[in-house]
Design a binder for this molecule. Structure first.
Ligand code: PLP
Length: 394
């Protein structure tokens, strides 16, 4: 039942659009679905969605590129694409455990826009805009420009901080989506970072290859490849997102020598089954993308309808490990609520530990014992010495 094909869905809901225009980044951005009228002109909404759209205007804007909108299955009210980008009234309820800043980023900013949580790497929030907005956005407090809080990246102060902080060897550009910047602007930012001798490794977190694959051009790749080693983390949640256009964009990036990883968020009704996750990771490998992290959904305000239990995530990893290619298996993590950083979660493969041995199970449930090494008996040692330390002696 899993569809592993890479289809184009164009022109889809825009049947009268000329294809050359469809392929323009500017056309895609200008024609984003961002109002109730736009949405209702194309889709029959439920009351739950209509109320959600009205609410979104003051919380996290709705905005969906035509490319991504086309992945919505008109026949399926529970469509996994729809749930990611069309607001629902449930967003208006803040569950008691939910937080405005679920990963505690604001308290780890030495400079506005720069999150320095781990000893050797920083998260650099370079913009508050994305091509489309995910309803479960971990940074919905600052992203999209309609909420109360605003991201005010202090560029010069951030570069100065990085220049005087030699323990930072890894810079992750994120936001918002850095690939919304022009090629020239990205080149200037990357050049400035590359001029700092202790910065060894740069990566970009982006959902552009999925929301707006038209943005990945040979010209952009030529800019990026000047700044190697540069890695990219993309964000894909459902196999349908890997369209013909996305595969082509990812191929261009891979050909530019950019190692590609994927980050998924585990979402109720979107990708909360082994079957969907397996199809996703298989399609990612076919696009030369290595699954990197599977995130337990952050405790973002208004996200309870999209969150699963932790046990469901562990069961998914259990259903992948050993059953398919090791390269296909992401690390399941929870970002510690309030600011603990990423904490890895794994199925329990150690059944028991006793002095000198561990009891393990494999992916099929078979049980194995692995004894720890024992000290070599003194008599054996003496005999080895007597034979000139030749291990075969005796
Ligand atoms: C995720 C994250 C990083 C990068 O973590 P890796 O495990 O190296 O991918 C760095 N800083 C912050 C604040 C993060 O949330």
């Amino acid at each position: 039942m899993s569809d592993l094909s890479f289809r184009s869905h164009a022109p889809g809901y825009w049947p009268h659009e000329a294809m050359p225009q469809w392929r323009e980044v500017r056309w895609q951005l200008r024609n984003r679905v961002d109002s109730l009228a736009d949405l209702e002109a194309r889709l029959k909404l439920s009351d739950i969605e209509r109320a959600g759209v009205l609410l979104a205007g003051s919380k996290l804007a709705m905005s969906i590129t035509p490319h991504f909108f086309n992945l919505i299955d008109r026949q399926d009210p529970e469509c996994p694409i729809r749930r990611q980008v069309i607001p629902r009234i449930e967003e208006g309820w803040t569950a008691p455990e939910e937080l405005t800043d679920p990963c505690g980023e604001d308290s780890h900013m030495p400079v506005p826009g720069l999150v320095h949580r781990y000893p050797d790497r920083v998260l650099f929030l370079v913009t508050d805009r994305c091509a489309s907005y995910c309803r479960y956005c971990t940074r919905s407090r600052v992203v999209s420009g309609v909420g109360e809080q605003h991201l005010e990246t202090q560029w010069e102060a951030a570069f100065k901080y990085l220049e005087r902080t030699p323990q930072v060897r890894d810079v992750l550009l994120s936001g918002g989506d850095p690939l919304l910047f022009s090629d020239e602007r990205l080149d200037r930012i990357l050049t400035r970072l590359r001029a700092i001798p202790h910065i060894q490794f740069i990566r970009i977190g982006t959902r552009i290859p999925i929301f707006l694959p038209q943005r990945i051009t040979p010209e952009l790749c030529a800019v990026l490849k000047k700044h190697h080693p540069l890695f990219m983390s993309i964000h894909t949640n459902h196999p349908r997102e890997l369209t013909a256009e996305a595969r082509e964009a990812l191929g261009l990036l891979a050909e530019a020598g950019i190692p590609l990883g994927n980050q998924s968020v585990l979402l109720r009704g979107v990708n909360d089954s082994v079957e969907v996750q397996k199809a996703l990771v298989h399609k990612l490998l076919m696009c030369r993308v290595r699954p990197y992290y599977l995130y337990q959904c952050d405790l973002i305000n208004g996200s309870s309808h999209l969150r699963t239990s932790v046990a469901e995530g562990i069961a998914i990893i259990d259903g992948l490990r050993g059953h398919t290619t090791g390269y296909a298996i992401p690390q399941f993590v929870i970002d510690g609520p309030g600011g603990g950083g990423k904490i890895p979660l794994n199925p329990q493969y150690i059944i028991d530990t006793a002095p000198g041995k561990v009891t393990l199970r494999n992916y099929e449930g078979e049980v194995f014992e692995y004894p720890d090494p024992v000290p070599m008996p003194a008599t054996v040692l003496a005999r080895l010495h007597a034979h000139g330390c030749q291990p075969q002696g005796g």
